[in-house]
Structure formats: structure tokens, C-alpha cells
Design a protein around this ligand. Structure first.
Ligand code: NAD
Length: 419
């Protein structure tokens, strides 16, 4: 399925534009630049799955292996009715930069299935997940390509996938996939790792900008895994969460929300809306609230050329992938909005995925506190390197993150003699 959206909103075109800008500043060799503009491999197929009513349904499925010069490909699998190959390619590119920016020895990949998990039974989801592995297992493995959960895929889905993979290859290989339940070799601390990493980068930004988190306010768009944990962890650091939202809309409270109670409400009712003592707020209004910290934690293309000038937050922490378009970036930068770019901000998930993979290969497991401590060190270090690059080259944080990451991947490609 092609991405039939305007050029500005095509995520792969945006990923390429961002790379091009970095390549120009880095004066990257033309051949290496061309090599990095496209995925190394794209696997695409139709999954034929028997549904509960006995009918066979076809689902389009993708696995993009963007670049593995620095190590096995790494990246989640998304189940979404509006999934497109261009979205998967963009996300695979961003994974390549993400593993590089945090300096972990992995490449970048991504997968997707066009399906609507909200309309499927557990049995149907299991059969789609096993069919996905049957289609692509030859190209995957702990030393080739290591998938993980992403939008609408869960630890249970990872469990079905590792089980199917191990049946097909005939041996145990827990490091084939991450985000597994603890019982099957998952890592302590994986559940909230992405949010935790994002909150560590917000803490470092606040230190840099001289913002006291105890007097700060935040709005969080998206209340799934990343959004809800971000709100909970920010509140633990003393930040007042004034607004949150999900796909059905948002809520606002000047006095501040209790994010754990909001999560309980969402689990009970299916939405954050209607939480007692709050006013409704639309997703677009939430983005433009006068808060210190805005955390887009839902989908791509939320802050675009049209609304960028209305963003009042001092810090935009891109917990989601691709929430800001390249047209919006210069406007935010000019207005002094400090953007923590997605592939740095949300790298906590892949970093703890990397820890899970290491523990699986090692056969030795760490406590949650050990995981958090190691994660914090990696996030502080990566944030510091990107900030230094941004100050040295006088570029925004996204360009700086690209400069750090692209150089690492380009050097690995060059050393291997691939371009
Ligand atoms: P999730 O499925 O758990 O949650 C997504 C949330 O976004 C849900 O609350 C949904 O209602 C909400 N949402 C959907 N459309 C929306 C809209 N138009 N406006 C507002 N809210 C909307 O997904 P997640 O795992 O939390 O992922 C969120 C984002 O973070 C995605 O961009 C994903 O790629 C990125 N991300 C996730 C991880 C991870 O470890 N889960 C890691 C890195 C990046």
C-alpha cells in the first residue's frame, strides 16, 4: 500500500529530507549518502489468515531492514489499519539513527501489518502474529534482525512470535525478539522504558534551560504505553500534568491530574475523556496549551507547518515517532522551542530492548534498578553528545542528533566497504 498523503506528511520523504540536511553539513561522500537514503532490504507479503468465522482474510505485511552496518537490525512491529510501506520505511530509517545516536551495537528495521487489532479476537491476533513469523523468520534472528513491540502490539504478541520462531528454527532463541513477558526472557524495566528514557531527556533539558521541574507544567498527547508512563514519571518528578489525550479526545485540569487515576479511568471506560473534575480539550487544542513541557506520544505529523507557530511549550519532548514535520522544525527553532528529537527522546525503549537482547545472549538477568541505572547513563551520555553538537554547530537538536547518528552509520558503512 502506497502512502497517498501530501508530500509534507509522507514520513519517508521527511526521513530522507532530514538525512539530506545532515549529509550536507557532514559533507558526506555522495555514494554513502545515496546508500543511506534507501533501505537495504524490504520484505513484503500477504498473510492468509483463517478468521473465527472460517473465512480466509488477507493482510498486507512488511519487514524493512534499513541498515545493519553497526549490528543486527532492530525495530518494532506495528499493527495498524492505516499502515503504509512508506511509514514502515521511515520508522526503519529512524531506528537506524536511534540505535546509532545512543551508541548501541544494533542497526535499524521496522515491521508492520495492515490490520485493525481492535476488531480482532485474541485467536485471530495470534494467527496473524504466527503467520507474520512464518512469512519472515528466514530473515530474522538474534544475529540478523530482532523485532519488538510497537503501536498495538503487546508482550503477548511477542510471546506468540518467539514461540513460532523457535518451533520453525528448532531451538530456543529468546534473543530473536524483545519486549517479551518476563517469564519468556523479557527484561525487568522494559514496560516503561521508552517513557523513562524520554523523562530522563526532559530532566537533562530542564537542567540545561534552568527550568525547575517542580514548578513546571506538562501536556501529554496519547495515553497508551508511552504517554501514560511519561505522565506518571513526570508527576513523580514534581511536574504538574494539566492535560492528556487519546484518540477520542483530551481532558484538561488547571489544578493538575493524577495520571495513575486517569489510567485507571481509561482502563475502565476505554478513554481518558470524562475523567471527573476535568474539561474536555481537543487534540489540536492540547498541542497549543501554554505549558512548559509538551509530550507528543501518539502518532506522526501532529506539529506541522500550519500549527507550529501556535506551540507555546518551552520543551517539546517527542516521545512518539515523527510527530513534527520538517516544515514545522525551523518555526519551532526560531521561536525558541527546545525540541528533544524523537529518535533521541524515545530511545529508552530500544535501549532496554538492547539490554534484553544482551541478557538473553548472556543468559543472566538484571534487576529493574540495574536496568534503570544503565539506561540513565546511556540517555545522559547521548543527550550530552547531541547537545554539544547542537551548540558547536549552532544547529537545532534534531539536526545535531542526525549529525551524531549519521556519521556513526556512515563510518560503519565505509569501514565495511559497502559504498
Ligand atoms: P500505544 O498503542 O500504547 O498508544 C497510542 C496512544 O495514542 C493511544 O492512547 C491512542 O488512543 C492514542 N492516539 C491514537 N491516535 C491519536 C490521535 N490522533 N490523537 C491523540 N491520541 C491518539 O502506543 P505506544 O507504544 O504508546 O506508542 C506511541 C508512540 O510512541 C508511537 O509513535 C510509537 O511509534 C512511539 N514509540 C513507542 C515505543 C514503545 O516502546 N512502545 C518506543 C519508541 C517509540
Amino acid at each position: 500500500m502506497k502512502c497517498n498523503v501530501p508530500e509534507e506528511l509522507n514520513p519517508f520523504k521527511n526521513a530522507q529530507r532530514q538525512l539530506d540536511e545532515a549529509a550536507q553539513i557532514l559533507k558526506l561522500d555522495k555514494k554513502i549518502h545515496e546508500f543511506l537514503r534507501e533501505p537495504m532490504r524490504i520484505h513484503e507479503t500477504e498473510l492468509n489468515v483463517k478468521m473465527d468465522d472460517g473465512q480466509i482474510q488477507k493482510f498486507r505485511a512488511f519487514r524493512v531492514q534499513y541498515n545493519d552496518a553497526r549490528g543486527p537490525c532492530k525495530g518494532g512491529i506495528r499493527y495498524h489499519p492505516e499502515e503504509t510501506i512508506d511509514t514502515v520505511k521511515a520508522l526503519a530509517a529512524w531506528m537506524t539513527w536511534k540505535t546509532a545516536v545512543v551508541g548501541i551495537p544494533l542497526g535499524g528495521g521496522k515491521g508492520g501489518v495492515i490490520c485493525d487489532p481492535k476488531k480482532m479476537s485474541q485467536g485471530e491476533l495470534e494467527r496473524v502474529s504466527r503467520a507474520y513469523i512464518q512469512a519472515f523468520y528466514r530473515y530474522m534472528g538474534a544475529h540478523k534482525d530482532v523485532p519488538a513491540p510497537d503501536v498495538y502490539t503487546t508482550p503477548q504478541i511477542m510471546a506468540w512470535m518467539v514461540d513460532e520462531f523457535e518451533k520453525l528454527v528448532g531451538h530456543k532463541e529468546p534473543g530473536f525478539i524483545t519486549g517479551k513477558p518476563l517469564e519468556l526472557g523479557g527484561s525487568a524495566g522494559r514496560g516503561d522504558a521508552t517513557a523513562r528514557g524520554a523523562v530522563y531527556t526532559i530532566r537533562e533539558t530542564a537542567k540545561h534551560l534552568g527550568i525547575d521541574l517542580k514548578n513546571a507544567t506538562a501536556a501529554v498527547q496519547g495515553y497508551g504505553n508511552v504517554g501514560s508512563f511519561s505522565a506518571i514519571l513526570l508527576k513523580e518528578m514534581g511536574v504538574k500534568i494539566v492535560a492528556v489525550s487519546d484518540s477520542s479526545g483530551g481532558i484538561y485540569s488547571e489544578a493538575g491530574l493524577n495520571p495513575k487515576k486517569v489510567l485507571e479511568h481509561k482502563e475502565k471506560t476505554g478513554s481518558v475523556r470524562g475523567f471527573p473534575g476535568t474539561k474536555p480539550v481537543s487534540n489540536s487544542e492540547l498541542l497549543e496549551l501554554g505549558v512548559d513541557i509538551l509530550v507528543p506520544a501518539a502518532l506522526e505529523n501532529q506539529i506541522i507547518g500550519k500549527n507550529a507557530a501556535n506551540i507555546k511549550a518551552k520543551i517539546v519532548a517527542e516521545a512518539a515517532n515523527g510527530p513534527t514535520t520538517p516544515d514545522a522544525d525551523p518555526i519551532l527553532y526560531k521561536n525558541g522551542v527546545f525540541v528533544i528529537p524523537d529518535f533521541l527522546c524515545n530511545a529508552g525503549g530500544v535501549t532496554v530492548s538492547y539490554f534484553e537482547w544482551v541478557q538473553n545472549l548472556y543468559g543472566y538477568y538484571w534487576t529493574a534498578d540495574e536496568v534503570y541505572e544503565k539506561l540513565d547513563k546511556i540517555m545522559i551520555h547521548a543527550f550530552g553528545e547531541v547537545l554539544k553538537m547542537s551548540l558547536d554547530k549552532k544547529v537545532n537538536m534534531r539536526v545535531a542528533a542526525y549529525l551524531v547518528a549519521v556519521k556513526r552509520v556512515a563510518d560503519a558503512v565505509k569501514l565495511r566497504g559497502w559504498a
